[in-house]
Design a protein around this ligand. Structure first.
Ligand SMILES: Nc1ncnc2c1ncn2[C@@H]1O[C@H](COP(=O)(O)OP(=O)(O)OP(=O)(O)O)[C@@H](O)[C@H]1O
Length: 205
């Protein structure tokens, strides 16, 4: 499934942040979203994931295809690692959580409540959820926060394997994931122009 974004404009808190943004994400491809703090990367990912409507423009190919990993890990702290993954596997109808446990080195932690994991372990559990969704388009917001070097490599390997199986990934990150094949989308190039102050004043006069 190809994700097609056409002439998209988005807002946060009632203010336009990005406008005129178009791109295509094809199966087997990764797109790295870059741009300075506050430019609108999270807002873009939330919009593509269907959590908020765009101001204008088209998002095609996203419906029921996207697995979204937000800033927050979204874990249930009282449930164990296995129970958290099993919950998501049932939501998405996946048969097995074993590949997710193995890909993110969680097997030895499987009986520990998520609330008792370290920050990096929580992040690994949150990311491993992407595998049990079975969804082809991974949309991820700063996925490597709290991860050590080895875990970043683990994550990049999981993304590479996903691309190899015909999946795709849109990832907002400030670090180099070592995904040589990935393209880069600079959100800064699509910064929305705020209305000129003169125009604003004229509205009152
Ligand atoms: N809940 C909110 N209400 C109003 N404005 C918000 C809200 N969340 C974020 N913003 C503003 O929207 C703009 C875009 O924020 P966004 O989180 O999308 O940026 P970002 O590129 O992801 O930043 P970062 O790299 O710091 O995570 C920023 O100016 C931010 O201050």
């Amino acid at each position: 499934m190809t994700l097609n974004v056409t002439d998209l404009s988005i807002a946060r808190g009632g203010l336009p942040v990005l406008e005129g943004l178009s791109f295509q994400l094809m199966p087997g491809r990764a797109l790295i979203l870059r741009g300075p703090n506050g430019i609108g990367k999270t807002t873009l990912l939330r919009t593509i994931a269907g959590l908020q409507p765009p101001l204008s423009g088209q998002i095609d190919g996203a419906e029921d295809q996207i697995a979204y990993a937000a800033h927050s890990d979204g874990l249930k702290p009282a449930l164990t690692v296995t129970e958290n993954l099993t919950f998501w596997a049932r939501v998405f109808g996946s048969a097995s959580i074993t590949p997710a446990l193995e890909a993110f080195d969680l097997t030895a932690l499987q009986d520990r409540p998520a609330g008792a994991l370290s920050a990096g372990q929580k992040r690994r559990l949150g990311l491993s959820r992407m595998l049990v969704t079975g969804r082809p388009i991974w949309v991820m917001d700063e996925p490597t926060v709290s991860l050590d070097t080895r875990s970043v490599t683990m994550f990049a390997d999981a993304v590479r394997a996903h691309l190899g199986q015909g999946g795709s990934a849109l990832i907002a990150t400030h670090i180099d994931l070592g995904l040589d094949e990935a393209e880069v989308l600079d959100a800064g190039a699509f910064k929305a122009r705020l209305p000129a102050l003169d125009d604003f004043d004229e509205g009152f006069l």
